[in-house]
Write a protein that binds this ligand. Structure first.
Ligand code: GLA
Length: 341
């Protein structure tokens, strides 16, 4: 391992510049070794590298999660070049559904905010060369309590999602009647596998029962933390909690320290550079959480940094770990196969 060794996280902005400068003269190359050895993927074959995309929650929460915003976001991902940089999933979070199931017991899109329904939205997103993600909960209600959860309706809901053309499911952990995640998440995993369409499965279990230990058998990524906030302290706390599970990350199954806050305004530009860098070296899902329709050039430059994305998307899929302290700095073996020469 060369290159990132010995570079403390606190110096990552400088590191990014170093890598970018090196790349400009053709010196940053990615070396792939032992790839086959590290592969034992869920049978849906998804998540060979960490997923990249966008999700409505960090910027919009329940307000503004509607089909106009989602369509415009898909348009913006393409027109800005972020889609070409790898961001493919366009994911709805909580509050997309009617508060009650329909007469047949199916989940139904909220009539006011998604008047054309999810199938039409998926068709639109697919027509842009992107993929559509959706959200549900392994409980009786979602976390915002705005819509029903999927507990007890796993097969029905998985079939509904597949029939709509959904490509990704974020599956939350609220209002679960104290039943164990090791019952609830495998049930949905099985239902998705039988639904007739490959659907990336993100276990949003918040790290409660240490899903790094069992998540790869049932999903493609698992949250290791509670919810991120748009502050330096929250972001670094997510990174610390996530790092503990580094050994468990691998192609097909990724530790998820929650979605990106880059561009939401609560941190400085340098802090966002560090945020994005840590997520990249942690092989975390790169799920954008800002309004890409109106992002600044600085935000775009962080999110579209090819060298940093290449570290995240390296096929070997080794998550960086902290290896020692240097004074008050923490040192990581961040990218064991990205060689700067
Ligand atoms: C939980 C999840 C968040 C978000 C909200 C939606 O808090 O961890 O990421 O999905 O629910 O209500």
């Amino acid at each position: 391992m060369e290159g990132y060794r010995g570079r403390p996280w606190t110096r990552l902005p400088a590191l990014l510049l170093a890598c970018a400068a090196a790349a400009a003269v053709g010196e940053c190359r990615v070396v792939h070794v032992g790839e086959a050895h590290r592969r034992s993927m869920l049978a849906n074959g998804l998540g060979a590298t960490p997923p990249m995309g966008w999700n409505s929650w960090n910027h919009f929460a329940c307000d503004g999660n509607g089909e106009v915003v989602i369509r415009e976001t898909a348009d913006a991902l393409v027109s800005t070049g972020l889609a070409a940089a790898g961001y493919k999933y366009v994911n709805l979070d909580d509050c997309w559904a009617e508060p009650e199931r329909d007469a047949k017991g199916n989940l139904a899109a909220n009539k006011k905010t998604f008047p054309h329904g999810i199938k039409a939205l998926a068709d639109y997103v697919h027509s842009k060369g992107l993929k559509l993600g959706i959200y549900s909960d392994a409980g009786y209600k979602t976390c915002a309590k705005a819509q029903p959860g999927s507990l007890g309706h796993e097969e029905q809901d998985a079939k509904t999602f597949a029939s709509w053309g959904v490509d990704y499911l974020k599956y939350d952990n609220c209002n679960n009647g104290d039943t164990k995640p090791l019952q609830r998440y495998p049930d949905m995993s099985k239902a998705l596998m039988q639904a007739g369409r490959p659907i990336f499965f993100n276990l949003c279990e918040w790290g409660d029962m240490h899903p790094a230990r069992w998540g790869a058998a049932y999903g493609n990524s698992w949250r290791t933390t509670n919810d991120i906030e748009d502050t330096w302290n929250s972001m670094t706390s997510m990174a610390d909690q996530n790092e503990v599970w580094a050994e468990y990350a691998r192609p097909g199954g990724w530790n998820d320290p929650d979605m990106l806050e880059v561009g939401n305004g609560g941190m400085t530009n340098d802090e966002y550079i560090v945020h994005f860098s840590i997520w990249a070296i942690s092989k975390a899902p790169l799920i954008i959480g800002c309004d890409v329709r109106h992002m600044s050039q600085d935000t775009y430059d962080i999110l579209a940094n090819k060298e940093v994305i290449a570290v995240n998307q390296d096929p070997l899929g080794v998550q960086g770990k902290k290896v020692r302290m240097e004074g008050s700095s923490e040192v990581t073996d961040a990218a064991p196969h990205c060689t700067l020469r």
